[in-house]
Design a protein around this ligand. Sequence first.
Ligand code: C2E
Ligand code: MG
Ligand code: MG
Ligand code: MG
Length: 288
Amino acid sequence: QAKHHGRNCYYVFNDQMSVDLAARLQLEAELKQAITEQQFSLSLQPKVCLTKRKLHSFEALLRWQHPTRGTVPPDLFIDALEQAQLMVDVGYWVFERSCQLCVQMMQQGLTDVVMAVNLSATQFLQVDLADNFARILAKYQLNGAQFELELTESTLVNNVSQTLDIMHQLKALGFAFAIDDFGTGYSSLNYLKRMPVDTIKIDKSFIQGMQDNEADLQIVISTIAMVHKLGLQVVAEGVETAENVAQLRYYQCDILQGYYFSRPIPETEINEFIQQVLTQQWPQALLQ
Ligand code: C2E
Ligand code: MG
Ligand code: MG
Ligand code: MG
């Protein structure tokens, strides 16, 4: 192909770039295959409400069961899905699968289940996003109020007026919004004011640092206070230790999520986990 662009073309490629390009094309081909062969699944990570001392919701996290490389984490393929313009389709699949799992858990007796779904910026470029979500909800007889949509700060800075428009349409369907990884993006407090956001998730880097690093601790304390003054809820992600739990309880964080309570649970193991929730073994035993 390169020769069509003239002989000088060879000077702009170096070996590393052609390797990168080949690897990217290979990854893209594998992702297309992953879609047709249904190699994606969801893992569900619970969040705990500290005041009610019970399950708050589940976050759906995308997993790729690669035929030879095993389970590939999303940080390694979400960008590639975006570049290959496959993220929108996969995003609808994630939402629909979340609906199916929600129904499955309700049938098991978990009546008030809430699912959190991560959305990427390109999904907000789809003007029919809310219509499509409404159609999928109707198919499963679910209500938007059973879902929380997690957005990163970078989504909120893209195409602000359209994003706001779509957020309002989704709000009208009952969906709640959370800002994910709060404090790591281009966070402008202005967005907090303008966007119909319900929840802030403090990024795990601050939670992991707060035990030993005074700056991280002060950021966590003041973020919790600010979020409460705005009348919103605050989640700490990446809670790994009992010390984290004690500190976050002391500073009145509302909701906790992290390996201390549970790793993301493969969808095939979710029934078993629900039994522990229904018999009140989880999370009570971890909150003594
Ligand atoms: P996120 O939404 O901020 O999800 C939290 C990530 O932290 C998850 O990684 C989770 O497994 C991990 N985590 C949870 N608790 C702990 C903990 O205590 N310690 C540590 N070290 N890590 C913890 P995961 O599943 O690899 O997902 C990474 C990111 O990929 C997510 O970050 C999210 O931004 C993105 N992602 C996942 N699923 C989807 C999806 O369906 N759509 C989109 N657009 N993005 C997704
Ligand atoms: Mg998230
Ligand atoms: Mg996060
Ligand atoms: Mg993240």
